[in-house]
Design a protein around this ligand. Structure first.
Ligand code: PAF
Length: 263
């Protein structure tokens, strides 16, 4: 049994995870649950899109065998207390701007694994830090599930698919491609032998912030398995980016993340 956990607002990225799961497994289960414990008080929990009937139709078209759509009180019943503490891995990069976020992710994923009991679970590479944390949790807690991380699905101009892309207006949508372009440029520079993050940072920041629609939160040069920052940008290397949208409107202050892994 293959399992694709989601928060709904399904797009091609999610569908690609379902197709991957279909290729690997006889049956597939998808969960749709907007998990409150991974949102901070100032984040977009109430505004998070919940197009359940469109999502269910998409699952039907993908021949999903079962869609699990629990309510909050099913996952977090009265008196709920026990949570996962991710620790150091959850405090780096995204964790610095979103304290507690990965504790919420790990807690709900562990609960979903226990309820669904899949053999294989598929996650997208776009949320790279999340995938590393889930792999670590599976190892540390001896969970009987195989984790597969599937490549990021992109628009034709390279923008990583995300439920948050719908909030971007014309100008910020165009500017958002700077995030992917910065990663592509950095990958090619690393391949050409540039090894000092300091030599890469400046130009990447300019590419991301060009036009004034985004403000860079971080560029992380790190070990792909431990996420520890690296002094030298030598492969194997993960480059992680987060940028905040500055354009007034529904995208304002939303975070956009992407990454590249260089082997
Ligand atoms: O990646 C997501 O959509 C969520 O973090 C997940 C894994 C479904 C947990 O809520």
């Amino acid at each position: 049994m293959g399992f694709v956990p989601t928060m709904g607002a399904l797009h091609e990225g999610h569908l690609s995870l379902m197709r991957r799961s279909k290729r690997l497994c006889d049956r597939i289960v998808v969960s749709i649950f907007v998990n409150p414990t991974q949102f901070a008080a100032n984040e977009d929990l109430s505004a998070y899109p919940r197009p359940l009937s469109t999502d269910l139709q998409a699952c039907k078209r993908e021949n999903v065998d079962l869609v699990f759509t629990p309510t909050v009180d099913v996952i977090y019943p009265e008196g709920f207390e026990m949570t996962i503490k991710v620790g150091r891995l959850g405090e780096l990069w995204e964790g610095r701007s979103r304290p507690g976020h990965f504790d919420g992710v790990a807690t709900v994923v562990l609960k979903l694994f226990t309820i669904v009991a899949p053999d294989v679970a598929i996650f997208g590479q776009k949320d790279y830090q999340q995938s590393v944390i889930i792999r670590r949790m599976v190892l540390d807690l001896n969970l009987p599930v195989r984790i597969v991380v599937a490549p990021t699905v992109r628009e034709s101009d390279g923008l990583a698919l995300s439920s948050r892309n719908v909030y971007l207006d014309h100008l910020s949508r165009e500017a958002a491609t700077g995030i992917h372009q910065a990663l592509i440029w950095a990958k090619s520079a690393v391949r050409k032998g540039v090894t000092r993050p300091g030599q890469l940072n400046g130009k990447m920041k300019r590419m991301i912030e060009k036009g004034g629609c985004f403000s860079l939160d971080y560029i992380g040069f790190c070990d792909p398995s431990t996420l520890q920052p690296l002094k030298s940008a030598r492969p194997p290397l993960a480059i992680l980016i987060a940028a905040k949208c500055l354009t007034p409107g529904p995208a304002m202050n939303r975070r956009y993340i992407d990454n590249v892994i260089i082997h």
